[in-house]
Design a protein around this ligand. Structure first.
Ligand SMILES: O=C[C@H](O)[C@H](O)COP(=O)(O)O
Ligand SMILES: C=C(OP(=O)(O)O)C(=O)O
Ligand SMILES: [Mn+2]
Length: 460
């Protein structure tokens, strides 16, 4: 049997002995898992997934780990962004291109304005499962299971759609494959060529002042590229970019089935994405998610909310990266604008004092969510910026490196977060609120964030 391919039903699982079994993981009382009615259908979905080719290759995961090691050394900056929850219906060329385009624009702003190499990672091609505060949702007196992402159930508020369906896990694989295929084509096939800096901005420049600001910067970049070509630089150097996929490793059946033994090193990798992270709600030290992820060799992240103590962070680092391998572990802090300045310093201080090698990244979204009077979940652009500013200030005062930002965004002109240069108000939210889970920055807000972060980076 080829150990990279997995097993046929009934055969030994290729990862046996190197990764805990699904039964062992569930025995830990895993939180935030689907509740499936039909165990045979779950087995069939898992068996099918085990036969599917990897979505990413272990060597690519190692490349990203090397880049994240540069982040942890203070030599690069991570830009990680995308939807809160991807949907199967959202796998269209326009949608994928628009998300990639805004990330490329943001990366160019950060690289050019702050002169720092930017590691680009999408919340894309696998971000289909959501932890929720409540198992149930009630509308007009009707109570149904909460929406847990397209990986688990449908968004439509009917009993049929909200039932947890294991076959959806196979659909996650196919949707991720289609998305990643397009992303790979875009980033290597010319769309991401640095000489396209202007093209990414068309249909945008006239409409917003941030688009115009970007346009001025793109003119400067173009002149610099022309100069470099004139002095003999290889134009192929500008042709492609490195871009990696990431998602929260939440549904154990999916992540376990996609964990394979790398034939180069005989070690396990979760080949469903380059980088996977453990959410704030599933990072229990003895929990199933920490147990699974401590066995895989991908670069991994852990979200740290405002309740995190220095000892929690140290214990997680010890469990997930006992050899202190650079680039292996990223702590994504999401304290909220009001708590970051008080809560973050002692965590960073003690982790640093213990000699733990980690990349520190700021998620300025998940600690700043509130419900507008209209009922929409939203976030204030000013709170997002205030948390990033707090993150930079804390790291500057401790002499540590603010290694990146992790944001929920989209390339479309949605109206989900309030504020920003367009001064979106709560009353505007209904106009184009399309997220099926958390509110995302739209294209203008995302680019504004990039310019503001570039200024903060220049001052580090
Ligand atoms: O994306 C993160 C979580 O799934 C989300 O913030 C939970 O939101 P809820 O409180 O509406 O369940
Ligand atoms: C669920 C998420 O975040 P957290 O685990 O930080 O709440 C998320 O990133 O969508
Ligand atoms: Mn979210």
């Amino acid at each position: 049997m080829n150990p990279v391919v997995g097993r046929a039903p009934g055969e030994r699982v290729a990862t046996e002995g190197l990764v805990p079994s699904l039964a062992d993981l569930h025995a830990r009382g895993a939180s935030q898992q689907p509740t499936y009615a039909d165990p045979a259908a779950v087995d069939a979905a898992v068996a099918k997934l085990r036969t599917m080719p990897p979505l990413v290759f272990a060597g690519e995961c190692d490349d990203l780990k090397d880049k994240l090691a540069a982040v942890s050394r203070g030599e690069a900056f991570l830009l990680q962004g995308g939807d809160c929850a991807e949907t199967f219906a959202g796998v269209t060329a326009d949608n994928v291109r628009n998300k990639l385009r805004v990330l490329l624009q943001m990366a160019v702003v950060l690289t050019y304005a702050a002169s720092v190499p930017v590691v680009k990672v999408g919340r894309i091609a696998g971000q289909y499962a959501k932890p929720r505060s409540s198992d149930l949702e009630t509308r007009d007196g009707v109570t149904l299971p909460a929406y847990r992402g397209d990986a688990v159930n449908g968004y439509e508020f009917t009993a049929e759609e909200r039932a947890h369906d294991p076959h959806r896990l196979v659909e996650v694989y196919h949707s991720s494959a289609a998305t990643l295929n397009l992303v790979r084509a875009f980033v290597t096939g010319g769309y991401a060529d640095l000489r396209q800096v202007h093209t990414w901005n068309t249909d945008f420049v006239r409409e917003s002042s941030v688009g115009q600001r970007y346009e001025r910067m793109a003119n400067e970049i173009e002149r610099a590229l022309t100069f470099m070509q004139a002095i003999g630089a290889d134009p192929d150097e500008f042709h492609r970019v490195d871009f990696h996929s990431s998602h929260e490793a939440l549904v154990l059946e999916y992540e376990h089935a996609m964990t394979r033994i790398d034939s180069r090193t005989d070690t396990p990798y979760d080949v469903s994405g380059h980088f996977v992270w453990i959410g704030e709600r599933t990072r229990q030290l003895d929990g199933a998610h920490v147990e699974l992820l401590r066995h895989i060799r991908n670069p991994i992240g852990v979200k740290l909310g405002p309740g995190t103590t220095p000892d929690d962070a140290l214990a997680l680092a010890d469990r997930l990266n006992p050899e202190n391998e650079p680039g292996r572990l990223t702590f994504v802090t999401r304290f909220g604008a009001g708590r970051i300045r008080d809560g973050l310093p002692e965590v960073v201080e003690k982790v640093t004092a213990a000699g733990v090698d980690v990349a520190w990244v700021c998620d300025p979204m998940h600690g700043n969510t509130f419900e507008a009077s209209s009922g929409y979940k939203t976030r204030r652009f000013d709170d997002v910026i205030a948390e990033v500013q707090g993150f930079f200030d804390v790291h500057r005062s401790l002499g540590t490196w603010p290694g990146g930002v992790h944001v929920e965004l989209t390339g479309d002109d949605v109206t989900e977060c309030v504020g920003g240069g367009e001064e979106l108000a709560e009353i505007d939210l209904a106009h184009r609120y399309e997220s099926v889970c958390d509110p995302r920055l739209n294209r203008v807000q995302s680019l504004e964030l990039a310019f503001l972060v570039a200024e903060m980076l220049r001052q580090v």
